[in-house]
Ligand binder design. Structure first.
Ligand code: BEZ
Ligand code: FE
Length: 280
């Protein structure tokens, strides 16, 4: 097919892709021609009706319109369609034994306070206290010194501090901890609670039209970095949570379920989890 060919239903994707110029970035050419092929195949597969395509464009328009510096509805769309987890899986294949990644989510805040080992990240008097502890090690089990354990979680009401800037203290349930030569980290927080992803926008409407709930099982987020190692973006999950097998964003992996045990000492609960890093 030549660049000047007329469009036909039968050869629609080929007609579009044939228009591409000659000196196009090869990766852009690969990505766009595949996108066009799949998009056209999708429309043909379902005999896409005009009113359905109009609705799709209106949906994407509303998705863009609700975005702000505090809200990224397109990421939520990618999360709820499983694309975030797929892209993460493609880009973070690790040997067995290494800690698995999961979805980053929209609530990380850079530059959370660096706290002393054992400190509390919970700046409110709510929630069931929980001691979190473990080690950051390499694939052979050797402790990693100088790893940053950056942690964030929702509060006992199921909201992150950034969702309630007028209610919660800044950096509530957040902190960074830097490991010493033993690789050990420990801090006190709350036993996390399940919460719904923001569902008052187009993505929430899509979920409800599909008979899907917006809930995420209780989890604590971690971003682990150390010089010379691949960063780990992950969670630990409470294995007792009722949403564990139906996470709205498909983030649960069996290896990330941590035991939450009643604690006899200063906190009501204790969860231990080791992070295993791979050299970069
Ligand atoms: C989160 O766990 O913070 C999250 C992940 C994906 C979408 C919304 C929230
Ligand atoms: Fe979360």
């Amino acid at each position: 097919m030549t660049k000047e060919s007329y469009f036909t239903e039968e050869d629609s994707a080929e007609a579009v892709n044939a228009r591409m110029g000659d000196n196009i970035n090869p990766r852009l050419a690969e990505v766009m021609s595949s996108l066009v092929r799949h998009l056209h195949a999708f429309a043909k597969d379902i005999d896409l009706r005009q009113e359905e395509w109009d609705l799709a464009i209106e949906f994407l328009t509303r998705t863009g319109q609700i975005c702000s510096p505090e809200r990224q509805e397109f990421i939520l769309l990618s999360d709820t369609l499983g694309v975030s987890m797929l892209v993460d899986a493609i880009n973070n294949r690790r040997p067995s034994g290494a800690t698995e990644n999961t979805v980053f989510g929209p609530f990380h805040v850079a530059e959370a306070p660096i706290r002393a080992m054992g400190d509390s990240i919970n700046l409110e008097s709510k929630g069931e206290s929980c001691l979190f502890e473990g080690r950051v090690v390499d694939i052979d089990g050797n402790p990693i010194q100088g790893a940053t354990v950056d942690v964030w979680s929702d509060n006992a009401d199921g909201y992150y501090d950034v969702q309630q800037p007028d209610i919660q203290p800044k950096f509530n349930n957040r902190g960074r901890f830097i490991t010493e030569a033993d690789g050990i980290y420990s801090f006190v927080g709350i036993k996390p609670v399940a919460y719904p992803i923001p569902d008052d926008g187009p993505v929430g409407k899509m979920l409800s039209a599909l008979g899907r709930h917006p809930n995420r099982p209780a989890h604590l987020h971690f971003l682990i970095t150390a010089p010379g190692y691949e960063k780990i973006v992950t969670h630990i999950f409470d294995g007792e949570d009722k949403w564990l097998s139906s996470d709205a964003v498909f983030g649960v992996k069996e290896s990330l379920i941590a035991p939450f045990e009643p604690n006899t000492e200063k906190t009501q609960w204790r969860a231990s989890f080791d992070f295993v890093m791979v050299k970069s």
